[in-house]
Design a protein around this ligand. Structure first.
Ligand code: UTP
Length: 288
């Protein structure tokens, strides 16, 4: 059943963001045996700091990190974060009072049962409020979260080529007059010819707290994990989710190629280093 609930949520005050960082990071082994992937550097900052900055500059003033018992170091990194650690990528004003403006807390996911389970672990801290989710594995070069806040519940989508559809959650959707999409269903990693559209879900979402009702008691899905997309499938039948198209650049830093492209992208925008980096890349290519 579709309802107009979405319209009722639009513009609702949404200030709390959940950043799950409890994953095992198997694609980054052997590094992740001793270093959490969230602390790997993307150019001059930790990879997870970009999602944090995106949330802060989108106006969120409470950030909940979902951590595993062996990843306290990731939380400590953000507790010690100060204004001088911000990258100036999304930040265009003085944030000297960062810790007065932004409350940071952590909740523990004891067992890594999947992303959906990680979000469920934050239920008590979210405490009945609408909230955002940012997956820090995805580094966006433009603030995608900002485009979702007035449309809660909403998810950021990107168009993917035919052969890549099997790597993503793909939505079945209708185009709205506004240019956004109304999401009718989601399919996790479909065979390309069975995909209902070319629009893939990215790691930026906003939800009303009712998503927790759809996460509780959810059986394991793809990969034997409790999947957020499975909960979104039933949630969207009651609380129509808006899909917002992202036409910026996204780097998947959960794997090596994405970490390299993200670092290069930031390096080529860094006033101090961009000329040297460009010259070096040109030299490398010329030597091929
Ligand atoms: P991924 O699916 O990328 O899993 O999680 P992962 O464990 O981090 O990495 P790989 O696939 O093993 O290499 C997407 C996001 O969800 C979090 C991760 O930390 C990441 O931010 N996550 C995943 C959790 O917090 N808990 C989980 O049980 C699973």
């Amino acid at each position: 059943m579709q309802t107009n609930e979405k319209d009722a949520q639009g513009g609702r005050d949404i200030r709390v963001a959940v950043i799950p960082v409890a994953g095992k990071g198997t694609r980054w082994k052997p590094i992740t045996r001793s270093v959490p992937k969230e602390l790997l550097p993307v150019w001059r900052r930790t990879s997870a700091s970009y999602a944090f900055e995106e949330a802060v500059t989108a106006g969120f003033d409470e950030i909940i990190f979902v951590i595993s018992p062996d990843k306290l170091g990731v939380f400590e990194h953000f507790l010690r974060f100060d204004a001088s650690d911000l990258s100036a990528h999304f930040i265009d004003q003085s944030w000297a009072d960062l810790h007065e403006r932004v409350k940071i807390r952590a909740c523990i996911q004891e067992q890594q049962l999947g992303l959906g389970h990680a979000i469920l672990c934050a239920e008590q801290d979210v405490n009945g409020r609408p909230f955002a989710v940012l997956l820090p594995d995805e580094v966006l070069m433009q603030n995608g979260l900002k485009t979702l806040v007035s449309k809660t519940p909403a998810v950021l989508l990107m168009e993917v080529p035919f052969e890549q559809r099997a790597n993503y959650g793909i939505v079945k959707c209708e185009k709205l007059p506004s240019g956004d999409l109304r999401i009718d269903d989601l399919v996790e990693k479909p065979a390309p010819e069975l995909a209902p559209s070319s629009y893939a879900i990215t790691g930026r979402y906003t939800f009303t707290p009712e998503i927790f009702d759809h996460l509780r008691n959810l059986p394991p899905g793809h990969h034997g994990e409790i999947q957020l997309t499975d909960a979104m499938k039933t949630y969207t039948q009651i609380h129509s989710i808006t899909g917002v198209l992202f036409d910026g650049t996204r780097h998947d830093v959960g794997q090596p190629m994405g970490l390299l492209t993200a670092s290069l992208d930031f390096a080529l925008r860094d006033p101090q280093y961009k000329d040297a980096v460009r010259d070096y890349v040109k030299k490398l290519i010329a030597a091929q």
